[in-house]
Design a protein around this ligand. Structure first.
Ligand SMILES: Cc1cc2nc3c(=O)[nH]c(=O)nc-3n(C[C@H](O)[C@H](O)[C@H](O)COP(=O)(O)O)c2cc1C
Length: 190
């Protein structure tokens, strides 16, 4: 069984919805189990992260970068870094914010650099950008046009039941599926 862990922070529930979609996509691949972990419970899950074949990182974008609680998790992971315990695991990332841009790319760059410090293998969305032509729509997959990781946007007055919208949740799901397939191939199981 190939194991994919999805570890995320969410202050108000929107990024949690995105994380659930990522885990759903990963778990949809045959022979793959997906585990969803909140950074609030990270201390109980270091062994699970060590056992995972792939780790997908996610956090909301706050003040143009990753949220504070997620950054605390990154700092705490230095223990695993010392022994390079996550070396050669597959990695990917996602982020959600209020604005269409909101400087989300900076958060994904932070996640990719973080994964590189752990000597992980970064996987992007592999999705062509949507909503970028006269035939496009906000319902397109990858409507925010991100290759580095999955982006989602949540209107600031919408509850997590309504935001992020279905297109962004589907984009998140496809990232999870892609990472699960990549992890299987990397492990020689597919
Ligand atoms: C402290 C703080 C800083 C924020 N900074 C940004 C930002 O830089 N760019 C942006 O587009 N949205 C920003 N937002 C909006 C959040 O990214 C947005 O509400 C998101 O959906 C929150 O996700 P969550 O419910 O998982 O915490 C910020 C929100 C908070 C609370």
């Amino acid at each position: 069984m190939t194991k994919v862990a999805v570890i995320y922070h969410s202050g108000y529930g929107h990024t949690a919805k995105q994380a659930q979609a990522v885990a759903k996509g990963a778990g949809s691949v045959e022979g793959v189990s997906a585990q969803l972990i909140s950074v609030d419970a990270a201390d109980q899950h270091w062994d699970d992260l060590a056992a995972a074949d792939a780790i997908i990182f996610g956090a909301p974008t706050y003040m143009g970068s990753l949220s504070g609680p997620f950054k605390s998790f990154m700092d705490a992971s230095s223990k695993a870094w010392f022994s390079q315990g996550w070396k050669d695991k597959i990695a990917a990332g996602f982020t959600n914010s209020g604005s269409q841009s909101g400087d989300k790319l900076n958060s994904l760059v932070q996640l990719a650099v973080f994964a590189a410090q752990h000597s992980m293998i970064w996987v992007g969305t592999g999705l062509m950008p949507g909503n970028n032509s006269s035939k496009g729509s906000v319902e397109d997959i990858n409507r925010l046009g991100s290759f580095l990781g999955a982006m989602a946007q949540s209107n600031s007055d919408a509850p997590p039941e309504l935001a992020p919208p279905p297109a962004d949740l589907k984009t998140a799901e496809l990232l999870g599926e892609r990472v699960a397939k990549a992890a299987k191939r990397w492990n020689g199981k597919a």
